[in-house]
Design a protein around this ligand. Structure first.
Ligand SMILES: [Zn+2]
Ligand SMILES: [Zn+2]
Length: 160
């Protein structure tokens, strides 16, 4: 989105819109993939050497939980209100603002929920959905000893 300043009249707000590709502007993360273009819609107004851009940034992502690896699709929407200093410029490209917003918004580790229990490191079961016995066994691959109790009937078999 390039806002050509000569197309603006002082104090007159005009509608603006732009679209960015997540890959091109490098805002993708391994655990946050964009499933839609990044759309910026709003109004811009030039005033006293400044340009104010107010609008909404929308996109959609697929997030992957850092613990249980569950995928989840999410729509993102941010209200923006940016002011640009026009000194020495004849056009404004809000790309850096867009990138900053999306990157800052990305958490260091995304979790599907705050208390996600993750996957069992031993058997791989999703501990949010069920429990396994690995913890009781100390996560070691100790052989399971099956005690086979002989029935009294068997024990006395053939002795009468
Ligand atoms: Zn999770
Ligand atoms: Zn397990």
């Amino acid at each position: 989105m390039k806002l050509i300043l000569s197309e603006f009249e002082e104090g007159v707000s005009i509608p603006v819109q732009g679209s960015y590709d997540a890959k091109t502007i490098e805002v993708e993360f391994p655990d946050m993939l964009y499933t839609a273009p990044i759309l910026l819609n709003g109004e811009a107004e030039k005033n006293g050497g400044m340009l104010r851009l107010q609008g909404t940034l929308r996109t959609a992502v697929q997030r992957i939980c850092g613990k249980c690896l569950k995928e989840k699709n999410e729509d993102l929407s941010f209200d923006v209100d940016w002011i640009f200093d026009l000194s020495g410029l004849d056009a404004i490209e809000p790309l850096e603002n867009v990138r900053e917003l999306l990157i800052v918004e990305h958490p260091l580790v995304h979790l599907c929920k705050e208390d996600c229990r993750g996957l069992c490191p031993h058997c791989g079961i999703d501990l949010n959905e069920g429990a396994c016995n690995c913890k009781e066994n100390g996560y070691h691959a100790s052989p399971v000893i099956i005690k086979k109790e002989k029935s009294k009937k068997e024990r006395h078999h053939g002795t009468s």
